[in-house]
Design a protein around this ligand. Structure first.
Ligand SMILES: Cc1cc2nc3c(=O)[nH]c(=O)nc-3n(C[C@H](O)[C@H](O)[C@H](O)COP(=O)(O)OP(=O)(O)OC[C@H]3O[C@@H](n4cnc5c(N)ncnc54)[C@H](O)[C@@H]3O)c2cc1C
Length: 245
């Protein structure tokens, strides 16, 4: 592991989130010889001080200034720091992720390269929520039912994977063979977002009405962002999520 490397964090049975980049203000690197102590909060405060000039003189601490910005939804200083992640997630999670348009994506091409044949295997099958039509309820299936549902699912996934392999073997192009792959297949992508839009993503995707699988990814993203933007995330938790200090 290199001095400036952040380990990938596993998510679900075969996915991960890896923080691969973040923007720095060059002055913040002075005196650092590792990632310990590097934060992006100062970038937010510095940008705000430029816009408000003398008006921020009374707010000496960066943390207090950031708290003011977040509380009053002054978002543009939060757009200065950017975070970049490498992510491996099932296709259905990726589809939900790319709906967040205020970010940059680069997605593994299944025209160019052969798909990895890993697929998502849920630990637990959730039942349809009777009230919220797009939600689900856990704890409804006992261990035997869970095992039966997993067997039904895995059989079908293996057929799909084998069919993909057979089509390739018969000489079919990757761009056509991939059509048989289900939305539980894992795929890789790179996502870059500024802090403001990242926090918007997190607000929406750690919420209990988001699908559990993307919540799992969002919780990992939040931990990584919190490590490098502790003051901003603390204010966001307080003023946006309404958490107690
Ligand atoms: C629980 C849940 C269920 C969902 N279900 C569905 C669904 O069934 N079908 C579906 O299509 N999507 C669905 N979505 C996606 C949702 O509608 C949003 O597209 C997605 O959450 C991205 O949110 P966003 O627009 O705030 O983020 P971004 O796209 O990253 O945009 C960030 C912000 O930029 C601004 N912005 C972005 N684009 C525009 C624009 N065109 N005009 C004006 N302002 C803009 C807005 O202020 C926005 O909040 C769902 C999302 C959640 C969390």
């Amino acid at each position: 592991m290199g001095l400036f490397e952040v380990p990938a964090v596993p998510v679900l049975n075969a996915g991960y989130v890896k923080l691969v980049g973040l923007t720095v203000d060059l002055g913040d690197l002075n005196g650092l010889d590792s990632l310990d102590g590097l934060t992006v909060d100062a970038q937010v405060a510095r940008a705000a001080r430029v816009s408000y000039q003398a008006g921020t003189k009374s707010v000496r601490s960066d943390a207090r200034l950031i708290d003011y910005l977040v509380r009053h939804d002054h978002g543009s200083p939060l757009e200065m720091p950017h975070f970049k992640f490498e992510i491996r997630a099932p296709l259905f999670v990726r589809d939900q992720w790319v709906r967040h348009r205020m970010g940059n994506f680069n997605i593994e091409s299944l025209r160019y390269s052969k798909a990895s044949l890993d697929f998502y295997v849920p630990d637990e099958w959730r039942a349809q929520d009777a009230v919220n039509k797009q939600s689900s309820v856990s704890g409804q299936f006992d261990a035997d039912s869970n095992a039966k549902l997993s067997a039904i699912y895995t059989d079908q996934m293996l057929v799909a994977v084998q069919t993909y392999e057979r089509l390739l073997h018969e000489g079919v192009a990757r761009e056509m063979a991939r059509v048989v792959l289900p939305s539980g297949m894992y795929v890789g992508f790179v996502w870059q977002s500024d802090l403001r839009n990242l926090l918007n993503f997190l607000r929406l995707r750690i919420a209990s009405n988001a699908q559990w699988e993307i919540q799992e990814y969002a919780r990992v993203v939040l931990e990584l962002v919190e490590r490098f933007a502790p003051d901003t995330v603390a204010s966001w938790r307080r003023h946006v999520l309404g958490e107690e200090a």
